[in-house]
Design a protein around this ligand. Sequence first.
Ligand SMILES: [Zn+2]
Length: 173
Amino acid sequence: MAVMSDPIERCDVWELARRGRVVEGELAVKDAERLAEQVADGEGTLRFRFSGLIDERGRAGARLDVEGTVQARCDRCGGPVEVPLRERAQFYFVDDEGELGRLPIDVSPEEPLLGSHRFDLAALVEDQAILAMPISPRHADCTASDADGTGPRPDGRTRRPFEALAALKKRKG
Ligand SMILES: [Zn+2]
């Protein structure tokens, strides 16, 4: 039974930071277009928690926690494989695009974001989920074995997933 999820409301990050407010919610994978393109199907939901704060340097910021489970595509057999996602990041907000461009490269873990009174939180949650996606998801007990040529090559490099998939289709056909 599909439950309609409300669109995530845009939020005022300046107020969120100043008041230390927290926005919590869920984003269905199927509603996250860019993420949905990278997974085997749109099953699953991302839970998030966006916590406003003033950081130790006095800047308006927020911490974002995202977690959930998606159906990624196995790099070896092409089938769906359940992957847990968990990502935490801290941001600080800047006033305008120009300021964002002038910021020196910073080694601190906090990332600058363009602040807004109508901030697109859903897009940020999606960005973080995409970052958390494994580069090469695989079944722990994948049935496509190394012996049939889909595993690592003798030169130590792994075949590209689409090659493995093409090889698989050829054998079946
Ligand atoms: Zn597999």
